[in-house]
Design a protein around this ligand. Structure first.
Ligand code: GDP
Length: 324
């Protein structure tokens, strides 16, 4: 049953009051828009859906805040809520948020009644405007209030995850990475493979990135530190730019042009070495490691070999997933 479920688009439903930041989040994460350009976005007036092919087929559906969720003429909310994998509710932390919390409680109550497997994710958004102390205080306050509301509804067992986010830093990508990962059926297998790769290649950290969105669909089991994530995400942009410059294709002996998988190695000032290798389905493996010399061909040959083994496993995993 779980296998079947995976083959429908894993749909993430994005909700929140008007101006909470839903369109901005979609544009920045999935369309590479510069955060400041979101200032001029028109407010959403009708539901929009974005489809993304990554390791899983993903759809992000945005519901405009000003619509009444239970307005039957607009869409079949029962059908909608029973078909989605995650509900992401965006709260503007810079604004008075009590009405947002009321709205959220009503939605959770409804969502739980039609879909008990739903992942409920709350973004405490626009935290760039809050001081460090106030962020934590806001988070505590919101968690407390949501907890109280659910208790009133007799829903105190419902699991909800909270994330502090902003489109002006990497927190929004980190949140989406964790949200998307919950929807990937193969995640434990992937994490295992990445742990093995780490072990055999003496890497410090490894991510499997969706190149377009900079969401990481998996990482090894060591903790993620924001700075490492940022460095790796930026490395993808640099590599893609270089790739465009050098036209990533090679001429075969018989004259056919063959596309080469992108591979890139670069040494940072800190002494760490960044490594990128293109995988399948718009994914890239990005690793951080320590090498005495980034031209250490022996060490790199071992890593290349192991990464290719990983890529094969990934292909198999993907094939099997599709055949099932
Ligand atoms: P929607 O109606 O929920 O789709 O909201 P929009 O995406 O149109 O965003 C409303 C406003 O919030 C825009 O002016 C955005 O620039 C702004 N905004 C969105 N995300 C952030 C954020 O993380 N920080 C700040 N400071 N402003 C944001």
């Amino acid at each position: 049953e779980a296998v079947l479920a995976k083959h429908n688009n894993a749909t993430i439903l994005l909700m929140g009051l008007r101006r909470s930041g839903k369109s901005s989040i979609c544009k920045v994460v999935f369309h590479d828009m510069q955060p400041l350009d979101t200032l001029y976005l028109e407010s959403t007036t009708k539901p929009t859906t974005e489809n993304f092919k990554s390791l899983i087929d993903l759809a992000v559906m945005e519901l405009p805040g000003q619509l009444n969720l239970f307005e039957p003429s607009l869409y079949d909310s029962e059908k909608l809520f029973s078909s989605i994998g995650a509900l992401v509710y965006v709260i503007d932390s810079q604004d008075e948020y009590l009405s947002a919390l009321q709205n959220l409680a009503v939605i959770i109550k409804y969502a739980c009644s039609v879909n008990s497997k739903l992942h409920i994710e709350v973004l405490i958004h626009k935290i760039d405007g809050l001081s460090e102390d106030f962020r934590l205080e806001t988070q505590r306050d919101i968690m407390q209030r949501v907890g109280d509301d659910l208790l009133d509804y007799g829903l105190d067992g419902v699991q909800i995850s909270f994330y502090l986010t902003s489109i002006f830093d990497h927190s929004i990508y980190e949140a989406f990475s964790r949200i998307v990962q919950k929807l990937i059926y193969e995640l434990p297998a992937l994490e295992n493979l990445l742990d093995l790769l780490m072990q055999y290649s003496t890497l410090d950290k490894v991510f499997l990135f969706d190149v377009n969105s900079k969401i990481y669909v998996a990482t090894d089991s060591s903790p993620v530190d924001m700075q490492t994530y940022e460095v790796c995400a930026e490395f993808i942009d640099v590599t893609i730019d270089l790739d465009g410059l050098y036209e990533n294709s090679g001429q075969e002996a018989d004259g056919t042009v063959r596309s080469q998988p992108t591979r890139c190695v670069s040494k940072l000032q800190s002494g760490s070495v960044l490594y990128l290798h293109q995988m399948i389905r718009g994914l890239a493996l990005v690793a951080v490691m320590r090498l005495e010399d980034e031209n250490d061909t022996n060490a790199l040959a071992v890593i290349d070999h192991n990464v290719l083994v990983f890529k094969k496993s990934l292909e198999k995993l993907w094939e099997r997933a599709r055949i099932k």
